[in-house]
Design a protein around this ligand. Sequence first.
Ligand code: SAM
Ligand code: DTB
Ligand code: SF4
Length: 339
Amino acid sequence: MSRTSEERHDWTREEAQKLYDQPFNDLIFQAHSLHRRYFEPNKVQISRLLSIKTGGCPEDCAYCSQSAHHKTGLSAEKLMEVERVIEEARKAKAAGASRYCMGAAFRSPKERDLDMICAMVTGVKALGMETCMTLGMLSDAHAKRLAAVGLDYYNHNIDTSERYYKEIITTRTFADRLETLDRVRAAGIKICCGGILGMGEEPEDRFDMLVTLANLPQPPESVPINQLVPVEGTPLENVPPMDPIAFVRTVALARIMMPRSMVRLSAGRAEMSDETQALCFFAGANSIFMGDTLLTTENTEEGSDAHLFARLGLSPMELKPEDRTESCAARETVHAAAL
Ligand code: SAM
Ligand code: DTB
Ligand code: SF4
């Protein structure tokens, strides 16, 4: 599909702020209209997460239960056996997930881990699922090896603005994150990159984070928007919950600034009302993590997503985004004529 005038890579913070500060109805109408142009509005892509290596991470991310710098009561585990990962993926597929995301509490993977990780990708792909890995920083060689076994997505979040990043993580830089993203892109793997809202950042930090993402030479195919899950024992355990309306506004802004990306409502859904989630879907979120756990924290309760989908008339997206845009655009024209 050819690029359209909505897809820009020269956003400024001022423009982002102007969009964000519109009356709520104007903002979400604009976001929803764009959403309909690029996606089927009642389809939501479903991913499932598994922590393939939990705890003992040398990084000091202030939000994270798995950092060895914080006392969260989580013990360090070894990399999970390949067969067990594939078995869990099989269950996720049976439960409706189309993408399987595997996360490791690594600063970066060790050479000795790569054989097992590649075997996990191969095994999960053989089930007919898309694969996503999040393993920390990657070397060129590791990115190429993951690409060679057909890894579909690599998740590596910038988490917040460059300014606020230093308050949250000191053991690696914002520039380190961008370098890994470049390596992943150069290796031909699709990018999943977003951040966390509600860590005590200013609205400007949210705008700057989205400006960085939207202005990448090629914006991420997937943009996870996490709401902080405050974990006891981390420096952010007592950060007050953010305003749900500000959260929805930020989702709408992500949709407007990255109209062709999947926007994933990620961590924090368990703490969100159904009404907030419904507004997020209206504002352009079109992907979620299903299941009762994320990596180490709780996700939504068993059955509650099915109930929410039924109440909202949503159904799981089965086709990959690149397969559906043209037919979606055609269907949209018909729909618009009917309004
Ligand atoms: N170690 C790898 C890394 O940091 O890239 C992969 C795993 S890490 C847990 C993946 C992402 O989960 C983080 O970048 C962060 O955005 C998100 N995350 C972790 N803990 C969170 C929390 N308590 N609340 C919300 N999001 C969180
Ligand atoms: C992302 O942005 N969110 C997911 C995924 N990428 C790897 C992780 C959420 C983790 C929430 C905290 C936990 O369960 O440990
Ligand atoms: Fe380690 Fe990732 Fe947690 Fe940071 S977010 S402490 S890198 S597992």
